[in-house]
Write a protein that binds this ligand. Sequence first.
Ligand SMILES: Nc1ncnc2c1ncn2[C@@H]1O[C@H](COP(=O)(O)OP(=O)(O)OP(=O)(O)O)[C@@H](O)[C@H]1O
Length: 266
Amino acid sequence: MTWGTTDLTVRYPHTLALDAVTFAAPAGQVSAVVGGDGAGKSTLLRSLVGAVRPTSGRVDAPALREIGFMPTSTGVWRELTVAENLDFVAAAYRVRDRTRRADLLDAAGLTAVTGRLAGDLSGGMRQKLAFTLAMLHAPRLLVLDEPSTGVDPVSRVELWRLIAQAAVDGAAVVLSTTYLDEAERAGTVCVLDNGRVLRSGPPEEVTASTPGTITVTDDPPDRDLAWRRGRRWHAWHPGPPVPGETPLPADMEDAVIAATLAGRTS
Ligand SMILES: Nc1ncnc2c1ncn2[C@@H]1O[C@H](COP(=O)(O)OP(=O)(O)OP(=O)(O)O)[C@@H](O)[C@H]1O
């Protein structure tokens, strides 16, 4: 089963947030949506869960009770304990399977803190609780809006393990992220800018289709066409390599930035 959108356009009063976006999220896979601030990531994810009404185009998603959604604001009740958060969602979705609940808590490393207020958890633990809540009713479509933002690198690894497992167990997982190294782990990547799809496909196809030439430099000729990587800069221009230039093979971060620059300069 594949969920997704076809030619989806969403217009807010002063903004065209999505412009004819076609996006596929197959079951058993993690599909990542990437792009800068305001690219339209949240609007696409919220459209999939029925929280945003399409201006035109189509959304294919399962019934609401078969969708799990983790919004950017984490989606936990801070004044409830971990156990009470789970009870609340279990009651709402009529989940009676205590084993699943215990297994998810265990996998998320939260078993020892079930009596703690969600508001007193660390940021990473809170994200894992939010993920557990979104997963509890075994949704067929799991939509996660920037699940790892603000999570430390160790917790990010653990969170990714849980996310990948949800896909292995058969869910179609859609997540947005601004961490482009993470997108490299997804089955497919959709690069958005200004509401348009710039690239989509498996990560290696997206990086292989990087336009123009990227080089490493200490002193980029045009800082609008360059980005910092560690202590050095990566610089981009739209043409093929010029004599004397050593082009750099793009990773996901380079590919997304180059595609965005190409989209804006063409
Ligand atoms: N409810 C709304 N009303 C009006 N404009 C909105 C609304 N929600 C989002 N927008 C605008 O639509 C565009 C896309 O926003 P969206 O939140 O989908 O982007 P995003 O890629 O998720 O960005 P960010 O990572 O900054 O949240 C932006 O220009 C934003 O200002």
